[in-house]
Write a protein that binds this ligand. Structure first.
Ligand code: AMP
Length: 190
């Protein structure tokens, strides 16, 4: 199994790249943000709960998010591996993921981080907001809050995976294809 955490701040290009990588490596792509949005659209209990946090750019509580992630993984027992996109976002999520995968006799092969300067991220998100319909991409205050959540709760995960020798930084600036090639160079060695 190959399990990859695709990491980076909002707007780094995780979702875009995951679409290419999942086909090339035959992996299941789990985007926790997409799963939450799907639940909001379908007005499920989980969606109602997540909405209040997502609307202002706060993280959804760990317990809810971890349970949802586990259910997504368990729904794909035949998978060749997973691309985790937008998860883990806190140390507690990362620890739970390690324990959960270990129980399945597998683990994370590597965290690959897309590195993009903040001014470019804001530009990308506001542009995406024009077509995505995502309210959290249309308001600069919400974007700034998401960055703040990232800096205070998520960025530390770099050290979490560095301590396990599993962190790989990739330059996330350039054409989509150039960035895919950079990611593939890392994944091929995992
Ligand atoms: P994303 O699509 O990854 O940008 O996520 C959009 C929003 O979904 C985030 O701003 C959070 O409110 C929520 N979310 C997605 N993934 C997580 C996670 N792993 N932990 C907590 N909240 C999350």
């Amino acid at each position: 199994m190959k399990n990859i955490v695709l990491f980076g701040p909002p707007g780094a290009g995780k979702g875009t790249q995951a679409e290419f990588l999942k086909t090339k490596y035959n992996l299941i792509h789990i985007s926790t943000g997409d799963v939450f949005r799907y639940n909001i659209k379908n007005e499920t209990e989980l969606g109602l709960l997540a909405k209040s946090y997502m609307d202002i750019g706060d993280l959804v509580p760990d317990e809810v998010t971890i349970d949802m992630l586990k259910a997504e993984v368990n729904d794909n027992p035949e998978a060749n591996g997973f691309i985790f996109d937008g998860f883990p976002r806190t140390e507690s999520q990362a620890e739970s993921l390690d324990v959960f995968l270990k129980e399945k006799n597998t683990g994370i092969n590597g965290m690959i981080a897309l590195e993009v300067p903040e001014n470019l991220l804001v530009e990308r998100l506001l542009n995406r907001g024009k077509t995505s319909g995502r309210s959290d991409d249309q308001d600069e205050n919400k974007i700034r809050n998401r960055f703040n959540e990232y800096e205070t709760k998520t960025a530390i995960l770099k050290h979490y995976y560095q301590n396990q020798n599993k962190y790989f930084g990739v330059d996330g600036v350039g054409s989509i294809n150039d960035i895919t090639v950079r990611l593939e160079q890392v994944i091929d060695k995992l």
